[in-house]
Design a protein around this ligand. Structure first.
Ligand code: NAD
Length: 426
């Protein structure tokens, strides 16, 4: 029988990788599930909820994982947790694969197999496992809700006997999964929405959500999307033209939501200090790219910066502020990933390391790092086998996705395989 263990997350992480709903499905599939007491509380799942679903509740993290074949986490855990696990057991979570390679190597050396969900290949089969999609979608929503709450005016137009309240103007920069949800949410709140991106494919998607697309649509723009559907780094000439367009537009906006990312690169700087100074007092910027350096010159990751009465939200882990939904979707992502690796007859863990999902996400096996990019970062210090191909660099917490607007995310219409996002070294 396959045993699943779930420890508590650290104090900054309200999400959890297991919900009573996924416990029921795992138990039905023949698994024994153990969860650390209190681990789900910040997502409002009580110990009793887990027990009712068929899980056991353990008093400590070590007890929750000691006999597990698979351990689910949200974030990369402390080394002590991996040391409490059985050798050869699988640790599956958002392990932040491109930071602190030494820390990952130490985890690998415990003999635990490591799988990093941010590296999930963006192929049709893996859509239900795409944690960047599930979490970025919520981040896009929360960014707009936070901006609306902080904005000292109303978003929808209101015609009253005492006069008309004008609709707020919202500008979304970067129309990936988070951006699409930000547009949809701002439209629902009644704002006038414009959006920009360097990928021509999004033009139609923006229009379909009732927003106006603005961009420098030159020859370079027509080529700006990689075969995998991601943005390329633009030329200096394009950046200049884009900056002029943005400068002209931003000064008339009330709320700007920035989500622009380029795989494997720092976030592009799209909003300068001068542009912020051109905005009206009371305007709000929410920078979802804060974890990768931010899309504005004044973003302070983890803080709300204020410059000349314009506030710039660089808050991190927005999906963690909607933990009930974020945990629920994340737990389903984990379940979908694990299911193909449960032997249906013996009910045991049977990871097929040749499968592209295991290859893409697997970063350590039998005490060694097996991801080329991480091995390179270790400079040969880790005993890398460098077998599985690296998939893509991580984007944002949870960085990063599905429109949630009653329509499917555009990429999901296609059955074509997507190229790995991390095709460049970060
Ligand atoms: P992302 O988080 O990497 O980037 C966010 C957006 O920023 C992108 O739309 C990008 O084009 C844009 N951007 C980059 N540089 C910019 C600049 N200088 N100016 C303006 N915008 C800029 O993107 P994402 O959310 O991961 O989505 C990327 C693509 O992947 C989308 O087409 C999405 O629909 C697709 N996708 C596919 C799958 C799947 O097939 N499983 C899952 C999710 C998303």
């Amino acid at each position: 029988m396959i045993a699943i263990g779930v420890p508590a997350e650290g104090k900054d992480e309200p999400r959890i990788g297991l919900t009573p709903e996924t416990v029921k499905k795992l138990v039905k599939a023949g698994a024994k599930v153990t969860v650390r007491s209190g681990a789900g509380l910040r997502s409002h799942f009580s110990d009793q909820d887990y027990k009712d679903a068929g899980a056991e509740v353990a008093k400590s993290d070590a007890d929750a994982v000691a006999h597990a074949d698979v351990v689910f986490t949200v974030r990369r855990p402390e080394l002590s947790l991996a040391k409490s696990m059985k050798k050869g057991a699988a640790l599956i979570g958002m392990l932040d694969p491109f930071s602190d390679a030494e820390g990952l190597d130490a985890l690998a050396k415990t003999g635990v197999s490591l799988f990093s969900m941010e590296l999930m290949p963006r192929i049709t089969r893996a859509q239900s496992m795409d944690v960047l999609s599930s979490q970025s979608n919520l981040a896009g929503y929360k960014a707009v809700v936070d901006a609306a709450a902080a904005f000292e005016r109303a978003l929808p137009m209101m015609m009253t006997a005492a006069g008309t309240v004008p609709a707020a103007k919202v500008f979304v920069m970067g129309v990936g999964v988070a951006g699409l949800q930000a547009i949809a949410t701002a439209r629902r709140l009644g704002a006038i929405v414009t959006a920009t991106d360097v990928r021509p494919a999004v033009k139609e998607q923006v229009a379909s959500l009732g927003a106006k697309f603005i961009a420098v649509e030159d020859e370079e723009f027509k080529q700006a999307e990689t075969a995998g559907g991601y943005a390329k780094e633009m030329s200096d000439e394009y950046k200049k033209k884009q900056a002029a367009l943005v400068a002209d537009h931003v000064k008339n906006q009330d709320i700007v939501i920035t989500t622009a990312l380029i795989p494997g690169r720092p976030a592009p700087k799209l909003i300068s200090k001068a542009m912020i100074e051109s905005m009206k007092p009371g305007s709000i910027i929410v920078d979802l790219a804060a974890e990768r350096g931010g899309n504005t010159e004044l973003t302070k990751p983890g803080e709300i910066a204020e410059h000349k009465s314009v506030r710039i939200f660089g808050l991190l882990n927005l999906p963690g502020q909607v933990p009930v939904n974020a945990s629920s979707l994340y737990a389903k992502n984990l379940l979908a990933f694990l299911e193909p690796f449960i032997d249906k007859e013996n009910k045991t863990l049977a990871i097929d390391w040749d499968d592209e999902l295991a290859k893409g996400t697997g970063i350590a096996r039998d005490g060694a790092i097996v991801n080329e990019m991480i091995a390179e970062r270790l400079g040969g210090k880790g005993a890398a086998k460098a077998d599985p191909k690296p998939a893509r660099a991580p984007a944002k917490t949870g960085t990063a996705k599905q429109a949630g607007n009653g329509r499917k995310a555009p990429a999901k219409k296609s059955s074509a395989k997507r190229q790995p996002k991390g095709d460049t070294t970060p």
